[in-house]
Design a protein around this ligand. Structure first.
Ligand code: AHR
Length: 492
């Protein structure tokens, strides 16, 4: 039996929340400073301090939501240090990430401006680990209160007359680890307390996100849901793909075929995690009111040789593009529960969209997947039946093809297909039901080597091209997917 995918275009499921295409930018390494913020006086062309080249590239991704300021940094961050005249802002040590000086030049106003320039909604993560309830409460007042109040007046003094619209607010980050090493029972109580003072001012309605589990800590989810489900709108989950494990994660570029296989298997594990955490959530929230918010995910390797170990700077290859595409296919499949995800991280950190070196920048293979997949944002997920078998190599097992399809507002059906095989092409027959296909446009991202990457010398080595390896007959498409490829087809 050949490989077959049946796409029932007339059976639409839930909407794929565009926030699944969210991002994360932490005060870590060169993620914010250099990567996004260069300051108004920089020789690098910028808009109010945000570098223009990076900004223009990011705008093309239609980024719906941006999480900030961390990460582990969030539970050490004191927001008052980052407002007011920049020259007076407190300098602190970023103890978690490299022990470097943080001058607080990128603070609340700069972040809100960045979101505005990107057209993204802000998602702020508050400090539970080392901050007070009052501090968190005043931050929300500062940002969202319209009337006369000490914090709202201070915001006006600092140049922002109108309150900002702020929907997404996280109450702490990884409070089982860097956010305070808490037990779930203790954090659940703190969550209940802190979130009480995260107020809705005027029309601003906050979507409160509780700090969720590390990978497969199902007990954490159980306790949080049991004790606080009625007080949360979202519950987070963090999971990273480390091919070699947490200690020796493996290299981003010089990896073996076996490391390709383990990376794929570990990517697929995201599906199992979502299902198991979801089953616990269903017990307390059968109607799925509470969103699963996967606010950190991605492939995390050892840092590039010779770079600061605390900066988490890594290269990005076609393997990362495949990993990103497979994640999206999994997120879509579970988009009745998964309402937001935020890849770690936006620029120069972990699985980044963009790498910079002084005034140069490059787009990574992962960037291109975000750009190719943006057609699925807020589209209706389409039912499909995928029969394409599995790959079993080096003791690892994973599907040969991963796929997703959705219907956009204008009726276009977008199909994304990913060949996970590192060495062989695959022929697939797509049986499109429920519509007559009269127009087809395809794009592909692939490469000859499994570790193909973009460099500052060759920034366009891996980039999407048009895809023509298909035959269309009576609504059936025969496509040839080259090894390690991501393909998107738009049909009308
Ligand atoms: O994304 C890097 C770090 O990974 C984050 O700061 C933390 O939340 C996680 O452990």
């Amino acid at each position: 039996m050949g490989n077959k995918i049946t796409i029932n275009t007339d059976i639409v499921k839930n909407k794929i929340n565009k926030n699944i295409y969210g991002h994360f930018a932490e005060h870590l390494g060169r993620g914010i400073y250099e990567g996004l913020w260069v300051g108004e006086d920089s020789a690098i062309p910028n808009t109010n301090g945000i570098r223009n080249d990076v900004l223009e590239a990011l705008k093309k991704l239609n980024i719906p939501v941006l999480r900030w300021p961390g990460g582990c940094f969030a539970d050490e961050y004191h927001w008052k240090d980052g407002v007011g005249p920049r020259e007076n802002r407190k300098r602190m040590v970023n103890t978690h990430w490299g022990g470097v000086v943080e001058n607080n030049h990128f603070g609340t106003h700069e972040f809100m401006m960045l979101c505005d320039l990107l057209g993204a909604e802000p998602y702020i993560c508050g400090n539970v680990g080392s901050g007070t309830v009052q501090e968190m409460s005043e931050w929300v007042e500062y940002m969202t209160f319209d009337g006369e109040s000490p914090m709202a007046n201070w915001r006006r003094e600092n140049g922002q007359e109108e309150p900002w619209k702020l929907t997404y607010f996280g109450v702490g980050n990884e409070n089982w680890g860097c956010g305070g090493n808490m037990r779930p029972e203790y954090y659940a109580d703190l969550y209940r307390r802190y979130q009480t003072y995260v107020r809705n001012y005027g029309d601003n309605k906050i979507y409160r996100i509780a700090g969720g589990a590390n990978v497969d800590d199902y007990q954490w989810t159980e306790v949080l849901m049991r004790e606080a489900h009625h007080l949360m709108d979202g519950l987070s989950l963090h999971y990273y793909v480390h091919p070699g494990g947490f200690e020796n994660k493996g290299q981003a570029v010089n990896f073996t075929e076996e490391e390709w296989d383990v990376s794929m298997e570990k990517t697929l594990y995201m599906g199992e995690l979502i299902e198991k955490h979801s089953t616990i959530m269903d017990k307390y929230d059968p109607d799925k009111r509470i969103g699963m918010i996967i606010d950190e995910w991605g492939a995390w390797y050892d840092v590039e040789p010779g770079t600061n170990p605390g900066f988490l700077y890594q290269q990005n290859t076609i393997r990362d593009a495949v990993i990103a595409a497979v994640h999206f296919n999994i997120f879509h499949e579970h988009s009745d529960r998964v309402q937001m995800t935020n890849i770690a991280q936006m620029v120069n950190v972990i699985q980044a969209m963009i790498l910079t070196e002084q005034d140069n920048m490059l787009l990574t293979p992962t960037y291109h997947v975000f750009e190719m997949y943006k057609v699925h944002q807020d589209a209706e997920r389409i039912e499909m039946d995928v029969n394409t078998g599995a790959i079993e190599e080096n003791g690892y097992k994973y599907p040969r093809v991963s796929a997703t399809a959705s219907k956009a507002g204008d009726g276009t059906v977008n199909i994304s297909l990913c060949n996970l095989d590192k060495s062989s092409a695959v022929f697939v027959e797509l049986d499109v039901r429920g519509m007559n296909v009269s127009e087809l446009n395809g794009r592909i991202l692939t490469a000859d080597e499994m570790n193909a990457k973009n460099t500052f010398e060759q920034p366009n080595y891996v980039q999407p091209t048009s895809f023509t390896d298909y035959k269309l007959e009576n609504n059936k498409m025969k496509v040839e997917l080259p090894s390690k490829s991501v393909v998107t087809l738009a049909i009308k």
